[in-house]
Design a protein. Structure first.
Length: 213
């Protein structure tokens, strides 16, 4: 079930009260795994900082693969009708997105990759709505990656970071790094690292406070 916690944020541009939205994308097929636990803690931090927090569990969605039909190139809208219909507005409305995925073969899970590939429609919309000059800046917010891998190779997170960076690029968001943890595999093992759990809470809190600042 999605968490919805309202808060108030003062807009420097208008002086009006608006709500900062944080979206947590749970990308693991394993319920209650290490990335789930880390993202739970991150969203707690964001909530404490006063953000409106929403959760998206990709394992509960039915998403088809991109057909590369080109339909979105002229409209910015995907021609496929499935659960992505409810995901697109969540991606578009979020000020901050935390994407959590275990490391599967140096990349995101298959479930998350489907969501990322279908975000081609949002990239097409960005091309339609922004000039080449405007595309040099990110107006959609900030994106973060939370990833846990079992091994300790120096290239463990290279592939997944590249994928996620350009996912956020499609969403008109800057990639801000995140929390990348190696040598953790067993379900719930991350709880044996209270320092990492505390870092997760701090990340969620600082991300919200950073936008406010």
């Amino acid at each position: 079930m999605a968490i919805s916690l309202k808060c108030a944020q003062i807009s420097e541009k208008t002086g009006s009260t608006v709500s900062m939205k944080v979206l947590g994308i749970y990308g693991s097929p394993r319920k209650g795994g290490n990335t789930d636990l880390l993202l739970d803690r991150i969203l707690e931090g964001s909530s404490q900082a006063g953000a409106q927090v929403e959760s998206l569990y990709v394992r509960r969605l039915r998403i088809n693969g991109c057909l590369e039909c080109g339909s979105c190139e002229g409209t910015g809208e995907c021609a496929i009708r499935d659960d992505m219909d409810k995901v697109y507005p969540m991606l578009a409305e979020a000020d901050i997105i935390f994407l959590a995925s275990p490391n599967f073969f140096y990349n995101v899970t298959a479930q998350v990759k489907l969501l990322i590939d279908r975000s081609q429609a949002m990239w097409s919309r960005r091309l339609l709505e922004k000039t080449p000059e405007q595309k040099r800046t990110y107006d959609g917010g900030k994106g973060y990656l939370i990833c846990v891998g079992a091994t300790k190779g120096k290239n463990l997170f290279v592939g997944i970071e590249l994928t996620v960076k350009y996912f956020f690029d499609a969403l008109d968001m800057s990639y801000e790094g995140g929390l990348l943890i190696d040598r953790v595999e067993a379900k719930g093992e991350i709880l044996n690292h209270p320092d990492v759990m505390e870092r997760a809470f701090d990340l969620g809190k600082r991300a919200v406070e950073g936008i406010r600042g």
